[in-house]
Design a binder for this molecule. Structure first.
Ligand code: BGC
Length: 384
């Protein structure tokens, strides 16, 4: 899985050393000549690390959210005077492995990594640690390795709770505050989960299923196909086409005989698009779709919510996440310990990674203006 053989590792180490010496010279030149833009009271990079290179690894450009993340991280780092190597890996693990190896070779001082497969970068994390490079795990937890210094994300369990709650609200089983509505008629749903190599996917699924569980237990909710396990519901690489194919199978196996499908738990807007496409392809009319959830408030899906197809999404302000990762990187490079607000939840299998978490927000047709437009995340024109 990794391109590192012993031979190349040795060569790489030598290279890292050479590049590091080169960097030290150019950094010294920078601080002498004032080229590092650092040192002011606004928190710009300063000292030995002024103008340092920071590697930013993002998983894919297929989903709009990662483009926003990458752009926001890059520009905030550049505002602080850092150089940035921003790479997207087209959802291909070997490509991401290679990109991170290159960042290490080029002498990056900090890596900010949103992984494709959280467990596939161990060799690179080890090499980074040997070269004194600190690693910030971005949104998705890097797992199975001790060389993960910080994690910045949203409260991923709460994202799942919010998805479950909005499904219940859309179905009329719970009120706007998430309280059970007495006497509501029973509903039939299907559940989808994210990619099993993404640590977030189980947090989302568990948060949602824990929220739905009392309703399943008292009979007000039924999963029509009976497929209620993460392994049955998972969607590798969060792929919309995979979700569409599974939805088509579910329609054929469970809903072709007249059983009404009232709702679908979807963990991500791209998956919701796949689900909607399968339903419309099977003859569901676009103004009478089941209640479908989502995540990321991607423009296409917010438009779908406004038009009444998708019911809800979960908004996670990627600007907050990006800014926090930059504050963390800047603190690290200035010898400060980054602030964290959760030091117990995110055990990556080897260590509990100190974490900074933000809170998600449910978005429906009722509040999208206030949440997405008033906050400047989108303009009205973006959603037309
Ligand atoms: C992110 C979600 C996103 C999903 C698919 C997850 O790791 O937390 O925001 O919807 O990946 O890209």
């Amino acid at each position: 899985m990794t391109p590192d053989t012993n031979g190349t590792t040795v060569k790489k180490k030598l290279l890292v050393g050479i590049v590091a010496v080169g960097m030290a010279f150019s950094l010294a030149a920078c601080s002498g000549g004032g080229g590092g833009r650092g040192g002011d009271a606004g928190g710009s990079s300063s000292g030995d690390n002024a103008g340092a290179l920071i590697g930013v690894a993002m998983p894919t450009k297929v989903s709009e959210r990662w483009i926003k993340d990458g752009d926001a991280v890059k520009s905030a780092l550049e505002d602080k005077g850092y150089k940035v190597d921003l790479e997207y890996a087209d959802n291909k693990i070997p490509q991401q492995v290679q990109q991170i190896s290159n960042m290490i070779t080029k002498g990056a001082k900090v890596l900010i990594v949103a992984s494709i497969d959280g467990g596939s970068l161990s060799d690179q994390l080890d090499s980074a640690a040997k070269a004194g490079i600190k690693v910030i795990s971005y949104d998705r937890l890097l797992t199975g390795n001790e060389n993960v210094d910080y994690y910045v994300s949203f409260d991923n369990y709460k994202v799942g709770v919010d998805q479950g709650t909005s499904l219940l609200t859309g179905l009329g089983l719970a009120d706007a505050d998430g309280k059970k509505v007495d006497g509501a008629s029973p509903k039939t749903i299907e559940v989808f989960a994210g990619s099993s190599d993404d640590n977030n996917a189980t947090f989302f699924f568990n948060g949602a299923m824990d929220t739905l569980k009392p309703y399943i237990e008292d009979g007000s909710l039924t999963i029509g196909s009976g497929q209620d396990q993460f392994t049955q519901a998972a969607t590798q690489q969060w792929d919309p086409a995979t979700a569409k194919a599974r939805m088509q199978n579910l329609i054929a196996s469970t809903y072709s005989g007249g059983t009404k499908l009232d709702g679908v738990l979807s963990p991500y807007d791209g998956i919701s698009i796949g689900i909607i496409s399968a339903l419309e392809g099977a003859g569901y009319s676009s103004d009478a779709l089941p209640v479908i959830t989502g995540q990321d408030a991607e423009a296409a899906s917010v438009k779908s919510i406004i038009e009444g197809q998708q019911y809800s999404t979960i908004y996670k302000d990627t600007r907050q996440l990006a800014d926090q990762s930059v504050v963390m990187a800047d603190d690290i490079l200035n010898g400060k310990t980054p602030e964290t607000n959760d030091d117990k939840t995110y055990d990556n299998g080897v260590k509990v990674v100190p974490t900074y978490l933000f809170q998600p927000t449910i978005v429906t047709k009722d509040n999208y203006k206030e949440v997405l437009i008033d906050s400047g995340y989108y303009t009205e024109a973006d959603l037309k």
